[in-house]
Design a protein around this ligand. Structure first.
Ligand code: TMP
Ligand code: ASP
Length: 241
């Protein structure tokens, strides 16, 4: 990776490991071959998953960077690793829904597969022990998880990312159903999009067949999980730039 030397592992999550480098403002993110769902209750290892998510996520982050989105991503290092700006993550998962499926159908009893009149933005409190409960902006403000200004910036970036991702995936025959983002703040105080964008964190449906090309194949035991991730990577990497 040239510029920096990877040092100690500072955090191990369900899908990635984080390492410090000799620069305190820079981290190495390493993608693992692990799958988890339902708050870690269901687990599996699949060889090649870390590589595909790193390639997909790096490609998407590169595209978002070209379009002016402020990102923690600096560059892809190799098949499994990215160099990123060290950030402190807001304890919020920001979900955008364009079409109803998943938890919103269970929670509100609305019809499955409904195209929403505009993107729906939801916040979840990042806490594994509580199962990441849905919260309102007022919860975030009152409990000090983010300020009014942070939430305004987060929502603006989130909706911009939704439009950019729809524009990226539509010509590839992929419908962007919903996705989850995380944000952080760097040492200088800049608010940056962080974490990953991959078939683990998005729902992708094939626009002609409706085939699921994302982690729902793992969550619901639909089979051919890695085939779906391969398909997303093959369409993304073949796109005309
Ligand atoms: P949901 O319908 O289960 O709430 O998921 C909405 C979107 O968020 C979907 O694209 C999957 C993604 N997601 C994550 O990235 N991490 C999570 O822990 C959960 C529950 C969902
Ligand atoms: N990311 C969560 C877990 O690993 C849930 C999910 O994506 O379904 O448990």
């Amino acid at each position: 990776m040239g510029k920096f030397t990877q040092k100690d592992m500072i955090y191990e999550g369900k899908a990635k490991r984080l390492y410090s480098t000799d620069d305190p403002d820079t981290a190495v993110v390493e993608y693992k071959d692990s799958f988890t769902a339902f708050n870690g209750e269901k687990r599996a290892e699949m060889s090649g998953k870390g590589r595909l998510n790193n390639l997909i996520s790096s490609e998407i982050f590169g595209y978002l960077a070209e379009n002016g989105v402020p990102l923690h991503f600096i560059e892809k290092i190799d098949d499994l690793r990215q160099l990123a700006v060290m950030v402190k993550i807001f304890p919020l998962e920001v979900v955008v829904r364009n079409i109803t499926t998943g938890s919103i159908v269970k929670r509100l009893g609305v019809a499955e597969g409904m195209k929403l009149p505009r993107p729906l933005v939801e916040f979840y409190y990042k806490d594994d022990a509580l199962g990441d409960p849905i919260v309102t902006e007022d919860h975030a403000l009152i409990f000090g998880w983010a300020s009014e200004d942070d939430l305004a910036q987060i929502k603006k970036i989130t909706l911009d990312v939704n439009e950019l991702l729809k524009k990226l995936f539509e010509p590839l025959g992929v419908v962007l159903v919903d996705f989850k983002l995380e944000f952080g703040r760097d040492a200088k105080g800049a608010l940056l999009l962080a974490d990953e964008i991959s078939p683990d964190t998005c729902r992708f449906w094939d626009s002609s067949t409706g085939d699921r090309l994302d982690k729902d194949r793992f969550r619901k035991d639909m089979g051919n999980v890695m085939g779906a991730y391969e398909e997303i990577w093959s369409r993304l990497s073949a796109r005309k730039k």
